[in-house]
Design a protein around this ligand. Structure first.
Ligand SMILES: [Zn+2]
Ligand SMILES: [Zn+2]
Length: 293
């Protein structure tokens, strides 16, 4: 297990600025509103009151807190993990490994790339981020929600963050639905304070909105992962030509999640995977054997 290998504590100082501050505050506010509505207002009193629904309330609250812990874990890992920096004086290795499936050569007809801003070589799939002002290995995008770039070494953490947040918003929406329906009944308006009703309404609407938007976002990223394409490369690849990094959905998936199934669900990699899968380090990527490079 090697979860802290690429942790860069200086990201907190360098990245938490401008819009990033606002987004972090927004994430915290949404989490606080949801926590109050689900735990304090809706289901906590049911559990404490005992009775027929106490066991159900216990299950809801347990699921809520487990997902919340996983979200927090993944979120912190995306924020504080360096997505991948180019080693100083990096040079493209022009020599082919001999095995076309393991080749790390550059694009057909293109020269080894160079970043004039960083004054350094650019490995395959690396891009310069104008927000971070540096090159990022297998850059996917700069994410204002996590005030960090999403790249080779934290893409899995970002995906898990999306999936667990989606599951939490689905849970919140479902368990707040009975209270939300009550909201429209006249008698309920007298039993709750205006503040509680406002928080319940806000929590339900926000969670429903996030459920729907996250579903689209997750579907898009699953399609990218299974075809081994980054959000940037979608605009670069030509539809008519086979994508050279697409080495089959299983190997594509392993290049992001690793080979150990237990680790798929957590923002961790096994030491073995980090050693055996070069793509996880972000400098070398296997290329399809049927694509001429
Ligand atoms: Zn650069
Ligand atoms: Zn960036």
């Amino acid at each position: 297990m090697d979860c802290c290998r690429h942790v860069n504590p200086f990201r907190a100082c360098a990245g938490l600025r401008g819009l990033g501050y606002l987004m972090v505050a927004l994430v915290a506010a949404i989490a606080a509103v949801s926590y109050y509505a689900v735990v304090v207002y809706a289901w906590g009193p049911v559990l404490l009151g005992g009775g027929a629904h106490a066991a159900g309330a216990g299950a809801v609250l347990a699921a809520f807190h487990i997902l919340l812990a996983l979200i927090l874990w993944c979120y912190l890992m995306v924020v504080f993990t360096d997505p991948g920096a180019v080693p100083e004086n990096w040079r493209h290795d022009a020599e082919d490994s001999g095995d076309p499936a393991l080749s790390t050569s550059e694009d057909q007809g293109s020269h080894p790339r160079y970043c004039s801003r960083c004054q350094n070589g650019k490995p395959p799939r690396c891009h310069h981020c104008s927000v971070c002002d540096r090159c990022v290995l297998k850059m996917d995008h700069h994410c204002v929600w996590v005030v960090n770039c999403v790249g080779a070494r934290n893409y899995k953490y970002f995906l898990l963050f999306l999936v667990y947040t989606f599951l939490e918003t689905v849970l919140d929406t479902l368990v707040l639905l009975p209270n939300f329906i009550e909201f429209f009944r006249d008698e309920s308006r007298h039993s709750s304070s205006p503040g509680d009703i406002a928080i319940l309404f806000l929590a339900f609407v926000l969670n429903l909105a996030f459920t729907l938007s996250l579903l689209c976002f997750i579907a898009m990223h699953m399609s990218l992962v299974t075809s081994n394409t980054t959000s940037i490369e979608v605009h670069e690849r030509r539809k008519s030509v086979a994508w050279k990094y697409n080495v089959g959905w299983r190997r594509n998936l392993e290049q992001v999640f690793g080979t150990k199934k237990l680790f798929w669900f957590f923002p961790l990699y096994s030491t073995e995977d980090l050693r055996n899968i070069p793509a996880l380090r972000g400098l070398e990527f296997p290329i399809r054997s049927d694509v001429v490079v």
